[in-house]
Design a protein around this ligand. Structure first.
Ligand code: SF4
Length: 182
């Protein structure tokens, strides 16, 4: 099995001399590695470049062969995340405070609001609320409510919820819609 088995079989079937490097060459073998980013396109692949003592190189981490051309290979692609964010959160214009006869209600921009926000904002707007949405997620927002998280075992998105609610509280929003939806 494995390397030893392959070596024994190779020894038994030895018909010509090996093409492997000699022991002497192996002892003087050396290589250096470095990391860099390919700027060929927006993937910005992290490349691992190995330079051997004989001057040859081996590159890994590239997702296409154009890495060797060292030039921009394609136009920057459509930003689907940006499109989705605008489609979801700019979908419905919230009421102004003057028109919101029921007052203001806050919605944290978290979890399944990335699917259902258009429904909730439409519903609350029709009911006469001004919907206040929390800001986009960020490290600062995440860090702002770490002291309110009761357990480290909850997942990162769940921890992020605390920051969004904290943000709404800081904005003075008195009522926050955060239901349990099975
Ligand atoms: S290796 Fe190819 S896919 Fe990766 S960044 Fe370079 S050009 Fe783009």
């Amino acid at each position: 099995m494995g390397a030893f088995g392959a070596a024994i079989i190779a020894l038994q079937n030895k018909k010509s001399s090996t093409t492997l490097v000699s022991r002497e060459k192996l002892l003087s073998f050396s290589c250096q590695t470095k990391n860099t980013r390919c700027k060929g396109c927006e993937n910005n692949c992290l490349l691992n470049i190995v330079v051997f003592s004989n001057g040859k190189t081996f590159v890994s981490g590239n997702r296409c062969k154009n890495v060797f051309q060292n030039k921009k290979v394609q136009n920057f692609a459509f930003n689907m995340f940006d499109y989705k964010r605008k489609r979801l959160f700019d979908y419905y214009k919230p009421l102004t405070m003057e028109k919101a006869f029921r007052g203001e209600i806050g919605i944290p921009r978290v979890l399944n609001m990335y699917e259902n926000y258009p429904f909730w904002v439409a519903l609350f707007t029709k009911l006469g609320f001004k919907v206040a949405l929390s800001d986009n997620s960020s490290n600062a927002l995440f860090n702002s409510a770490l002291d309110s998280i009761p357990s480290q075992t909850v997942c990162f998105p769940a921890k992020m919820v605390h920051g969004h609610i904290e943000k709404l509280v800081q904005k003075g929003v008195k009522t926050i819609f955060y239901p349990c939806i099975p």
